[in-house]
Design a protein around this ligand. Structure first.
Ligand SMILES: Cc1ncc(COP(=O)(O)O)c(C=O)c1O
Length: 388
């Protein structure tokens, strides 16, 4: 095939004049830090995901950490989660002094396996952090039932799952603390940013105080026209607040979310169609209960039908000027966790065999149908060239 002229990035943000205008308005207003645009963003976001309360933060990592601190995770507590995730899911557990306990995944979806989860509960288990991988949703009925039975906290890592649905319910509406990311590759992007949602007012109120140094009043409530100079430092907190500059981007992105989501669905369906008769590959697919938000198009190589491995397949794609990624290198294989948790290769075999086969292909609203066709053709030609 003829190699394209420009490199196709694995991910790019989708924006137009409305984001530029929204940010310009905030800059001109002179109120750059967290203020009334953030209040509006929190309200709109809570409404979108069906949560009662939302707290905008500077990352999903901050949302995870705050949720864990408010739930009181600490030394001696075991927190069940998946190795098929980004490091921040587990670094935040370690930052609380608690012990992450990995649970193997379903080898086809990469989602935490509910049977393995149940088997991993001990008297020291304090919480579960399910990760809604790639835009799919974990089996939340089983996870919530298990949590209720053993009195465990559930903190959902929904960095990939904005607008994903499970049994008709949107992620964010299951009543748990739920953490979203607006990192630049995510379904809405604010550069850096995140949101913590919950139906529990006290939970969000405490997280709000902790998100700004443990102070009783944020800047909006101190320097605004109705504010007061008084504040109290109530407890040891963090500097995790978002800015109105980022919230303005978030509001503009929410306006175009429906359009961006339909583009993602269209492109994912196009990949499906173009790769349907290519037995060397399949994709990570949601179960019948799940409506994916198509965050990632995770291609699974059928290694039995190929003479090259995943790393070589990626090199071939790169040579054709196609950007890719791998979500994720299993955490139990990373040096930090091998050192502090004693994990090793072989511990989570489903996760490892899943990892060996996956490649995230470009999937974002600002790419074109021609880009999708180019990538699919490349995959087909490589599958033919290196097929067996
Ligand atoms: C599954 C998962 N959890 C958490 C995060 C952290 O998000 P943030 O970069 O907003 O802190 C990411 C980021 O890529 C992620 O993929």
């Amino acid at each position: 095939m003829k190699v394209r002229d420009d490199f196709l990035y694995y991910s790019r943000p989708c924006f137009d004049e409305s984001e530029i205008q929204a940010v310009t308005d905030v800059l001109r207003s002179g109120w750059w830090t967290k203020g009334k645009v953030t209040v509006a963003f929190e309200e709109a976001f809570a409404h979108l995901v069906g949560a009662k309360y939302a707290l905008a933060l500077n990352s999903c990592t901050a949302a995870l950490h705050l949720a864990m601190v408010v739930h009181g995770f600490g030394p001696g507590d075991e927190i069940l989660t998946t190795p098929m995730t980004f490091c921040s899911t587990v670094n935040t557990i370690l930052s609380c002094g608690a012990t992450p306990v990995f649970v193997d995944v379903d080898p086809e979806t990469g989602l935490i396996d509910p049977d393995a989860l149940e088997a991993a509960v001990t008297p020291r288990t304090k919480g579960i952090v399910p990760v809604h991988y790639a835009g799919l949703v974990c089996d939340m009925d089983r996870i919530n039932a298990l949590a209720e039975k053993h009195g465990l906290a559930v903190i959902e890592d929904a960095a990939h799952a904005l607008t994903a649905r499970y049994k008709g319910r949107t992620v964010g509406s299951f009543g748990n603390a739920t953490c979203f990311s607006f990192y630049v590759t995510k379904n809405i992007a604010t550069g850096e940013g995140g949101m913590l949602t919950s139906d529990d007012k006290d939970f969000i109120d405490r997280a709000r105080v902790l998100s700004l140094h443990g102070m009783s009043r944020d800047a909006w409530n101190r320097y605004g026209s109705k504010g007061s100079w008084q504040y109290a430092v109530e407890e040891l907190g963090y500097k995790y607040n978002i800015t109105d500059i980022a919230s303005a981007l978030g509001m503009a992105q929410l306006e175009k979310l429906d359009a961006m989501q339909s583009r993602r669905r269209e492109y994912a369906a196009l990949y499906d169609e173009l790769l349907a008769d290519c037995p060397a590959v399949s994709r990570v697919r949601p179960g019948a209960d799940v409506d994916s938000c198509e965050h990632l198009y995770v291609l699974k190589l059928n290694l039995q039908r190929l003479t090259i491995d995943r790393a070589a397949f990626i090199e071939e794609l790169t040579a054709l000027k196609i950007g890719t990624s791998v979500h994720f290198i299993p955490l139990h294989l990373q040096p930090l966790y091998q050192r502090v948790l004693g994990t090793k290769r072989g511990d989570y075999p489903n996760c490892e065999s899943f990892f060996d086969r996956i490649i995230s292909l470009p999937l974002y609203p600002s790419m074109t149908r021609e880009d999708v066709c180019y990538v699919a053709q490349a995959v087909r030609e490589l599958a033919a060239k290196f097929g067996k």
